[in-house]
Design a protein around this ligand. Sequence first.
Ligand SMILES: [Cu+2]
Length: 355
Amino acid sequence: MKSLKTPVIKVLIAAALSLGAVGAGHAQTAATAPAEAPAATVAANPAPVAAPVEAPAAMPAAAPAAADAAAPAGDATYVPMKPTPGVGQPIDRGIDFQPQVSPIGEQAIWFNHVMLLPIITFISLFVLGLMLWAMFRYRAKANPVPSKTTHNTFIEIIWTAIPVLILAVIAVPSIRLLAAQYEPPAKDALTIKVTGYQWYWGYAYPDQGIGEYVSKMLTKEQADAAGEPHQLAVDNRMVVPVGRQVKLIITGADVIHSFAVPAFWTKMDAVPGRANETTFTANKVGVYYGQCSELCGVDHGYMPIAVEVLPVDKWEAWVRSKGGNPAGPVVETAAAAPTESAPTAAPAAVPAAKN
Ligand SMILES: [Cu+2]
């Protein structure tokens, strides 16, 4: 009996030690991560300095002048951008997340690839190995006299304490990520109102004076002609400036829908009678697709989302093409923004984003 117990204990102790080491390794990784994360967030959220500066002058009279200065040809310059293959859309046989272009998405990918996957893999392999070893070592044929062991306090403490430790280590970045996703938006965030309908989306930019316009799926022929993926391509996209935080106010007009864009790590229910809020900051120019992610009726699968992320000047041209004022809002933000002392150099960093 004693000879049966001892090897089991030895293996478990060895496992406990190695697990502890793994835990410590991850704890260190976790500790270094925050240093990177805030920097990325700061860089990713350059305040739209152009807005407050233009705001006082860029009212009706000055608008054409501003258009000439900022955008080469003003209103007519907006041409829907072509999507990049493999970015912002699903790929054949893909099993991983889409490449992330927002700080939250990058943080989430880090959490998955650096913390969760290695820990899960190690635990699975370790338990599998332990089971195979126990099955072989203690098989009936080789052990005609069965062990009568029932309890071992030491082992029981260890196999309780180690999982608790692992969970505690995972909890730190997990809760940090969760909290980051619910951080209130910055004052200078671009507000877009999103409404889910059966079965299309409506977008409005209240601060820019762009009333709601409707975004519907293109037919197969139209999508092919536009060089876009069918069932993801839409007629009127949501268009946002690169690097600026976007605040989405999301609601549903009829039933519950859900606004989801995987490349931004963004998903929020669109509930009738409720204004849900979420944010994202897209750090790369491009076209990113999403879909309604709440079963909402017969055409649920045919109300895709397309978000186009543009350099600031091109976004401003798009706003003008919609009859809006990119500098808006003129009321509170114009007064509040200068005191925020947004870094003037920030916009220069924005165009660094590539297609
Ligand atoms: Cu829906």
